[in-house]
Design a protein around this ligand. Sequence first.
Ligand code: NAG
Ligand code: NAG
Ligand code: NAG
Ligand code: NAG
Ligand code: NAG
Ligand code: NAG
Ligand code: NAG
Ligand code: NAG
Ligand code: NAG
Ligand code: NAG
Ligand code: NAG
Ligand code: NAG
Ligand code: CU
Length: 548
Amino acid sequence: MAMLVALVLALCATMARAAVVEHNFTVGGMNISQLCMDSVIYTANEQMPGPTIEATEGDTVVVHVVNDSPYPLSLHWHGIFQLLSGWADGAHMITECPIQPSGNFTYRFNITGQEGTLWWHAHSSLLRATVYGALIIKPRNGTDGYPYKAPYGEIPITLGEWWNKNVDDVEKDAHLTGLGPEVSDALTINGKPGDQTSCRGAGIFEVEVEYNQTYLLRIINAAVNVELFFKVSGHNFTVVAVDASYTEPYATDVIVIAPGQTVDALMTTSATPEGRYYMAANVFESKTVQIRFNNGTVTGIVTYKGAANGTAPSMPAMPAPTDVVAAGRFYWSLRGLVRPVDPPLPTTVDHSMLVEFGVDQEPCAPDQTRCGGFALVAFMNRNSFQFPKNASLLQASFDGVPGVYTEDFPSSPPPLPGIRKATAVKRVNHSDVVEVVLQSRAYSSALGTENHPIHLHGFNFFVLAQGLGAFDPNATYNLVNPRVRNTVIVPGGGWTVIRFVANNPGMWFMHCHLDAHLPLGLAMVFEVLNGPAPNILPPPPEDFPKCY
Ligand SMILES: *[C@@H]1O[C@H](CO)[C@@H](O)[C@H](O)[C@H]1NC(C)=O
Ligand SMILES: *[C@@H]1O[C@H](CO)[C@@H](O)[C@H](O)[C@H]1NC(C)=O
Ligand SMILES: *[C@@H]1O[C@H](CO)[C@@H](O)[C@H](O)[C@H]1NC(C)=O
Ligand SMILES: *[C@@H]1O[C@H](CO)[C@@H](O)[C@H](O)[C@H]1NC(C)=O
Ligand SMILES: *[C@@H]1O[C@H](CO)[C@@H](O)[C@H](O)[C@H]1NC(C)=O
Ligand SMILES: *[C@@H]1O[C@H](CO)[C@@H](O)[C@H](O)[C@H]1NC(C)=O
Ligand SMILES: *[C@@H]1O[C@H](CO)[C@@H](O)[C@H](O)[C@H]1NC(C)=O
Ligand SMILES: *[C@@H]1O[C@H](CO)[C@@H](O)[C@H](O)[C@H]1NC(C)=O
Ligand SMILES: *[C@@H]1O[C@H](CO)[C@@H](O)[C@H](O)[C@H]1NC(C)=O
Ligand SMILES: *[C@@H]1O[C@H](CO)[C@@H](O)[C@H](O)[C@H]1NC(C)=O
Ligand SMILES: *[C@@H]1O[C@H](CO)[C@@H](O)[C@H](O)[C@H]1NC(C)=O
Ligand SMILES: *[C@@H]1O[C@H](CO)[C@@H](O)[C@H](O)[C@H]1NC(C)=O
Ligand SMILES: [Cu+2]
């Protein structure tokens, strides 16, 4: 009996009870001095990055959002499954109409069957440049739940992109000129541009570590439009998870990360004791034609305990911004960690899709008053996604409002050329298995190609294969230990195959996570129907932002 009591106590100690993790986020203006300039930006709780949400798998997250900004706002919980809580996904005009200025809304969702590093961000206009933060999910079993030795400490590294200009104006200008957003003014690590910019005394992120310990770096690419290389001088990494899915340990000296993605990497502090080491990030630019890009380097500092003040940190040798080999090696080397507790790869496919996408040129529209020559347009299977204006897709579907969207998103590229501006969804039954060949294409020689980080809301997917050029139907798929992600790079002009189980009713956005491409139409939506009880989407919460 005593033994039984001891056992029960031990279980209680290791298995955290499901808790409610509650936050208040007020999104409003704040004065900031950044890059030697005074700016007004919009943030959650006057923090950039915004507050970190820390939860345990099984918890309920409740975030009361008050919109004190002049912009319509929605917050997306990037990578969260939103099982039967699709109303809380925060995708602007897909799952909700935005929270109007002075309005408020409480996002409520349970975190079920996922753990690791995710993040949250505004999903309206370019606000996510400043409205973002980490969302960290601990295993139910605490650090014993990690499939690797529990680290001594954890260091969140949120990489961002900074504009001196108001980012809503950057977005408006992008439309008026038809050319996409201008290049950002700096990259940031945990909100700080570091000490390699022309602004002396710009803030820098610094972290103190103990010698000869292993730390878990939770790296998030919250940048708006750029893939990044990340290194720490004198240190190597072991990648153990991406997008809150465990990987087989992967040793590397450089992390490559696309907007929307996360990487968990172990780093052992075994360099010279009492030393100081720069962490640094710079852009990986995959475009095949020359363009302007942010060529700056953001720095932070890892200071070993006892380091003398003023010790100059050593700088890592960064890959060149065009180092496609380093980038490809990282992205394509990752393998999923197969655990009995994780959902297995489905072996049969109900919907097999080929989705061709890219960016092209079209004549300027009348409202593009600063457009000369041509405007950019993007599409998937010739459908350039248009955000609905009067109702969110989910509300229209739930209330049966006609005319908001069509259900004819094609499963393969239509034979006729021409671009349709449409709000088209692909309908699938609950629990159907969907496989998509994502095929990037060059539509205009002037624009070339570039990598696109494709993000799927509501689901993780298995990444089965990828390659350059046209999809190879004879390609070997990894059906053994494919990596699991929510955002995957499709190589410029190349292809990537993903597979997922549509086990959650709702309207789930799939789009390019470069904010430059989303307003151009590089998106589509999966409509997943209700399944048998209990797999039925409940009605929206009472305080749901009103569309009509
Ligand atoms: C949120 O704000 C309300 C009202 O001001 C307050 O009662 C509550 O304690 C706050 N909750 C948290 C988690 O800060
Ligand atoms: C920023 O500072 C200006 C001048 O001090 C002040 O008038 C304004 O209210 C501040 N704005 C915010 C959002 O705090
Ligand atoms: C979330 O968890 C709570 C507490 O366990 C439960 O009452 C609620 O039904 C769950 N919500 C959903 C959408 O599953
Ligand atoms: C949220 O909005 C409701 C309805 O307008 C209002 O009654 C309430 O006071 C608001 N709450 C907060 C915290 O602003
Ligand atoms: C958590 O611990 C329990 C009891 O030791 C075990 O049965 C379970 O598989 C563990 N869960 C995970 C996700 O590791
Ligand atoms: C570093 O830590 C390892 C294991 O914790 C230990 O075996 C080793 O002796 C330590 N090395 C130094 C130089 O302290
Ligand atoms: C990092 O890994 C490389 C390649 O394996 C190795 O040459 C180098 O010595 C390692 N550096 C450190 C600091 O461990
Ligand atoms: C980086 O870009 C700026 C602006 O386009 C340019 O003036 C500068 O020479 C570039 N620096 C390097 C090292 O290429
Ligand atoms: C470095 O400077 C800081 C602040 O000036 C001080 O608190 C700290 O003790 C100094 N550390 C060492 C190792 O001298
Ligand atoms: C949206 O609503 C406006 C005003 O009620 C109406 O004129 C317009 O036709 C509606 N558009 C669509 C696509 O339903
Ligand atoms: C859903 O399943 C039903 C019954 O098998 C089938 O008739 C229908 O075509 C399916 N719908 C979709 C969108 O796959
Ligand atoms: C795929 O393999 C078949 C049979 O070996 C071959 O006939 C076909 O040409 C191959 N297709 C491609 C695109 O390589
Ligand atoms: Cu893109």
